[in-house]
Design a protein around this ligand. Structure first.
Ligand code: E4P
Length: 229
């Protein structure tokens, strides 16, 4: 199951890639503009931080299929290695996904709200299908069900596309989509940190250290080994 960072902030990406088992980075136009940097330069810097083996997801902006394909080509000429072109699933977007897939370009069908949007995008050849969990919930939809049904459609009909769920605002949403079979999640840094931390774990570790120090007066097993008892 893939774990992707939903951010274009270099400091956040650097820290998370260093500490956690991260498979890639997703961006979209709103995420990119927050960094107030040159678009291509920022993408190049992200690539440098994540290396050539992690996927970098970059979204197109145009609203006509031919323009979307042109933008995808431009991004691909400038950003190397494992690149996925994100395309929103409008009518023009689906046409572009179809053309890009036929040309062998890996795409992510994004801004997905319904299982049938997921089906059409998979049929058009998208490598990733991306339902927007929190945005579906804000519209009072059952986001977990949408994710579950897309997974079912893909598996039942033997599509190769993977469900990479996105748009998370709390840990419970991430937990829920993991349980219904999402093949991956793309999570903003603050939520990602919360997924891995628990007060009790921190407290337990503190007690282990205190017990050890009380007995041996050392903070490391290596140093303790030098003491003869
Ligand atoms: C990632 O692919 C999406 O662009 C992102 O998760 C959207 O998140 P938001 O709903 O918090 O903007």
């Amino acid at each position: 199951m893939q774990l992707i960072i939903d951010s274009a902030n270099l400091d956040e990406i650097r820290e998370l890639v260093d500490y956690y088992p991260i498979d890639g980075v997703t961006t979209n136009p709103s995420i990119i503009v927050k960094e107030k940097k040159n678009f291509l330069q920022l993408l190049e810097e992200i690539r440098e931080v994540i290396g050539c083996n992690r996927e970098l997801f970059v979204q197109t902006l145009a609203d006509h299929a031919e323009e979307i394909v042109k933008e995808a080509k431009y991004i691909r000429e400038n950003i190397l290695d494992k690149l996925v072109i994100k395309v929103p699933v409008t009518k023009e977007g689906i046409k572009a996904i179809k053309a890009l897939s036929e040309a062998g370009v890996r795409t992510m069908a994004t801004t997905i709200y319904t299982p049938l949007q997921g089906y059409i995008a998979a049929k058009a050849g998208a490598a990733y299908i991306t339902p927007y969990v929190n945005r579906i919930e804000k519209l009072e939809g059952n986001a977990v069900n949408v994710v579950k049904e897309i997974v079912q459609i893909l598996e039942k009909h033997h599509f190769n596309s993977k469900v990479l769920a996105a748009s998370f605002k709390n840990v419970q949403q991430v937990h829920d989509v993991c349980l219904v079979g999402a093949h991956g999640v793309t999570i903003p840094p603050d939520i990602l940190r919360l997924c891995f931390s628990h007060r009790a774990t921190e407290a337990n570790v503190k007690v282990f250290m205190e017990d050890w120090q009380k007995e041996y007066g050392e903070k490391s097993i290596v140093d303790t080994n030098k003491i003869k008892i």
